[in-house]
Design a protein around this ligand. Structure first.
Ligand code: NAD
Ligand code: UGA
Length: 465
């Protein structure tokens, strides 16, 4: 039977853009995106497209064309399950905060809840697609849950991990390097894979659709993220050595990346990678290796996260050193809250950690980001301050030293110190010479994105230079 109805559980950074593109490319398929979060669904349905819950270049245009035609956003998960032939799971799979594997393993509660709900509601055969990033062999567990709660119908579970990066999600979905589909080799497994292929092949060339077994597909996603993050930690670790030796990290990246076998991408030094996935997925990989008794392998990958933490701390230490280890009462401007440019996502952003370290030492922060909302920034800080054991009174007191600035204005440049923490293009366009090449003692600029060209001034610190 031809696929004409699909749904996706989870309307986040993956579910929203991927389903919009499917709806756009397959006008004959009704795509229903559901989420338990009422506010999020309301935002997906908002008339003003600037109020969509996520910012992603190119997304508004696609939503405008498809929404309420063959793309529906709702909270009616049961209806979506009941009516769909294919169900994509794009729920969040954060690091566990309690129980076995705490701090490392992926929390699969959302996935398990989806499986139970699908089993309970379904009245016809279903294909379940793992879009969320999951530990290897999760498909087996999903199938177990499905069969336990509903033994009457056939469920096929296939893995189809998502490789989009935020900020370029739409472009990535259209020009995917590969679409990976892992399925079982049984006749019904193969049929399920072909049904998914029939969707992607509308816009992805067949040679880019890779078919593997389920476990390879699940593990390839973790491995891809781990290897990307590993490159950043490699270059960041070398940035520390550059600073000691007089080598330049920019020159080093260029020279190393010119080797075809290495390649130039993901060799950009920074204050540390952020985002909801790199750290989470590597910690999950570390956990899996330990479960299988591969302690040396686990330690190898753990080091990628450790170097990332080291890089963030190293950056803060450099600021503190400049102010003789005392930033109490010092005004500091933070340029950028998102973990990278062209997204409103701040999950695990280096800005959160650098800012909190400085706030706990009494600094007064003015924070500006073109896309992250004021409430989000305050919430990020509140959550981490509480996690670090500050009581309510302390949190309130510290947050009094935070000023969120709506526009890139003069106030930000009057601070004693400016930190560039996100690679937003508008920060590149600032005339840094005016601020740096003069007789004034301040502001001192700490460039966490290696944006500003080297200058003959002690007022500029650039990572790895
Ligand atoms: P997200 O937090 O933005 O969205 C997940 C959504 O799922 C949330 O809105 C949440 O309310 C909803 N949800 C959770 N449980 C639910 C349930 N039982 N019923 C209905 N809704 C439920 O997460 P995300 O960034 O979209 O990531 C989703 C998954 O995709 C993760 O596993 C992540 O590792 C992976 N991934 C993310 C990216 C990315 O760029 N963000 C890229 C590739 C893969
Ligand atoms: C990353 C991967 O690139 C995607 O393929 C994957 O699908 C996704 O994770 C996921 O699974 O969630 P994303 O985190 O959105 O995508 O963004 P990246 O472009 O990978 O950047 C991640 C972090 O690394 C950012 O903080 C970025 O600024 C930093 N980075 C990136 C560097 O510090 N240096 C670089 O050279 C590149």
């Amino acid at each position: 039977m031809k696929v004409n109805r699909v749904c996706c559980i989870g309307a986040g950074y993956v579910g929203g853009p991927t389903m919009s593109v499917i709806a756009h490319e397959c006008p004959d398929i009704l795509v229903h995106v559901v989420d338990d979060d009422k506010e999020k669904i309301k935002a997906w349905n908002s008339e003003n497209l600037n109020d969509l819950p996520i910012y992603e270049p190119g997304l508004k245009k696609i939503i405008k064309k498809t929404r309420n035609k063959n793309l529906i956003f709702s909270t009616d998960t049961d209806k979506a399950i009941l009516e769909s032939q294919i169900i994509f799971l794009a729920v969040n799979t954060p690091t566990k905060t309690k129980g076995e594997g705490k701090g490392f393993a992926a929390d699969l509660t959302n996935i398990e809840n989806c499986a139970k709900r699908i089993a309970r509601i379904s009245k016809s055969n279903k294909i379940i697609v793992e879009k969320s990033t999951l530990p290897v062999r999760t498909a087996e567990k999903i199938k177990e849950v499905l069969n336990k709660y509903n033994s009457k119908i056939n469920f096929e579970v296939i893995s189809n991990p998502e490789f989009l990066a935020e900020g370029t999600a739409i472009e990535d979905l259209y020009k995917s390097d590969r679409v990976l589909i892992g399925g079982e080799s049984s006749p019904s497994g193969k049929k399920a894979v072909e049904k998914l292929v029939s969707i992607y092949k509308r816009w992805i060339p067949a040679r880019k659709i890779l078919k593997t077994n389920v476990w390879s597909s699940e593990l390839a996603k973790l491995a891809s993220n781990a290897m990307l993050a590993q490159r950043i930690s490699s270059i960041n670790s070398l940035s520390a050595l550059c600073e000691k030796t007089g080598a330049s990290i920019k020159e080093l990246s260029k020279a190393v990346g010119a080797d075809k076998r290495i390649g130039p991408d993901f060799l950009g030094t920074s204050v540390g990678f952020g985002g909801s996935c790199f750290q989470k997925d590597i910690l999950n990989l570390v956990y899996l290796c330990k479960v299988y008794g591969l302690n040396e392998v686990a330690e190898f990958w753990h080091q990628v996260v450790k170097i990332n933490d080291y890089q963030k701390k190293r950056f803060t230490k450099r600021i503190l050193k400049t102010f003789d280890n005392s930033v109490a009462g010092i005004s500091i401007s933070i340029l950028g809250w998102a973990y990278k440019k062209n997204t409103n996502d701040s999950r695990e952003s280096a800005s959160i950690y650098v800012s909190t370290d400085l706030l706990e030492k009494g600094a007064i922060l003015s924070i500006y980001d073109p896309m992250v909302k004021k409430e989000r920034i305050k919430l990020d800080l509140k959550m981490i301050l509480e996690k670090r054991g500050n009581d309510k009174k302390q949190v309130k007191k510290i947050l009094n030293n935070v000023h969120i600035i709506k526009k890139l204005n003069d106030k930000l440049f009057k601070s004693k110190c400016i930190l560039i923490l996100t690679d937003w293009d508008e920060f590149k366009e600032i005339n840094w010479d005016i601020l740096l090449i003069n007789d004034k003692k301040y502001p001192i600029v700490f460039d966490g994105r290696n944006f500003i060209r080297k200058k003959n001034t002690k007022k500029l610190y650039t990572i790895g230079e």
